[in-house]
Design a protein around this ligand. Structure first.
Ligand SMILES: Nc1ncnc2c1ncn2[C@@H]1O[C@H](COP(=O)(O)O)[C@@H](OP(=O)(O)O)[C@H]1O
Ligand SMILES: [Mg+2]
Ligand SMILES: [Mg+2]
Ligand SMILES: [Mg+2]
Length: 320
């Protein structure tokens, strides 16, 4: 209690980007509790926003919580969320999280010089209140994450990935949820980094948004095994925890809020997330939301090798 009060008093001493990241750390956990409460209540309120593009009450409520929380503490920072929610709708007061995550704040001593004087107008926060919605509606709860990515001058530089159901198979009484966070120049925390098995080439891709270009591109990368799971956040966690060698998604379906936090965390540990041409993704506030040229993410393997394997027909079909 004492340390929390002390850090609040000295908040002006922390760089703005660290304060934002530390607020994202507490806010994702709050949003994760909302996601769990909706599924426990059972009234999912499913809406299809297009074709196979689901939204539930958990997506809407978690987004309201995150946007209200971050805009209260950082009113001059642009926040772009996946869901369209009514800004005038009443928010439960206890959904507004303004405290700072001590585990993140304590890294102030080795905070990267590069991000010390970042201005509010150069920051965009990308919010995916529930990544893996299709799987959430089907009870595949460990695919679900809450993503908040922070971009500076169009680059993904920091982010949090919260898994609200982490540990849910451990039985009653288990503490649910974990938060993985990172910043370029500082590193990534909250998980155990592992290398993928040698002599194999395990590829993860979409489970619920596949098509022929997607599967042809995965096949062209010569997988020894394909793991089809939900969520961009979940798939990048599989990468950094050494379960897979690459995340290959030759489709325009993923958006900036899907990739900003995962890309920042992956980049923080030396991995790569690009489109299928190898170009970096942009995250400034005017950018189109769709990642029209697909997604390729790798950690600890040769990114270029996968880029070279993706068929020319997929590259022709998916232009930036
Ligand atoms: N064809 C498509 N249409 C709509 N959304 C798509 C899509 N392909 C991928 N996505 C979105 O990209 C994210 C990762 O997809 P996947 O789980 O299939 O790998 C999901 O985010 P959300 O669950 O936040 O909407 C998903 O909806
Ligand atoms: Mg969605
Ligand atoms: Mg998503
Ligand atoms: Mg979502």
């Amino acid at each position: 209690m004492f340390t929390r009060a002390l850090s609040r008093l000295s908040v002006g001493f922390y760089p703005q980007l660290l304060r934002i990241l530390a607020t994202c750390g507490t806010t994702v956990s709050r949003a994760g509790r909302i996601v769990r409460a909706v599924s426990e209540n059972g009234k999912l309120g499913i809406v299809d926003k297009g074709w196979n593009d689901l939204q539930t009450e958990a997506d809407r409520a978690a987004q309201r919580c995150i946007v209200a929380s971050l805009s209260k503490s950082f009113p001059n920072v642009t926040i772009i969320g996946e869901e369209e929610t009514d800004p005038n709708e009443d928010i439960k007061p206890d959904w507004v999280e303004t405290s700072l995550d001590e585990n993140i704040l304590k890294h102030v001593s080795n905070f990267p010089e590069e991000w010390k004087d970042v201005k509010d107008e150069d920051i965009v926060i990308w919010v995916d209140p529930l990544d893996g919605t299709a799987e959430y509606t089907q009870g595949l709860l460990d695919h679900v994450t809450v993503l908040i990515g922070i971009a500076v001058k169009g680059k993904a530089v920091a982010g949090v990935i919260h898994q609200p159901y982490y540990n849910y198979k451990a039985g009653p009484g288990a503490t649910l949820g974990r938060t993985i966070w990172g910043m370029v120049g500082l590193g990534a925390f909250g998980y155990t980094q592992k290398q993928p098995p040698k002599g194999k080439n395990i590829i993860t891709t979409t489970r619920s948004h596949s098509n022929k270009v997607v599967t042809d591109s995965v096949d062209a990368c010569e997988p020894t095994e394909v793991i089809r799971v939900g969520g961009a956040g979940h798939k990048v966690l599989l990468l950094i925890e050494g379960e897979v060698h690459a995340y290959v998604f030759a489709s325009p379906g993923c958006k900036k809020w899907d990739t900003c936090a995962p890309e920042a965390i992956l980049t923080a540990i030396g991995g790569k997330l690009t489109d299928i041409h190898g170009s970096k993704l942009q995250y400034h506030k005017e950018v189109q939301h769709k990642n029209t040229a697909g997604v390729l993410a790798t950690f600890s393997v040769d990114h270029q090798w996968y880029l070279d394997k993706i068929p020319q027909s997929a590259k022709d079909a998916l232009k930036p």
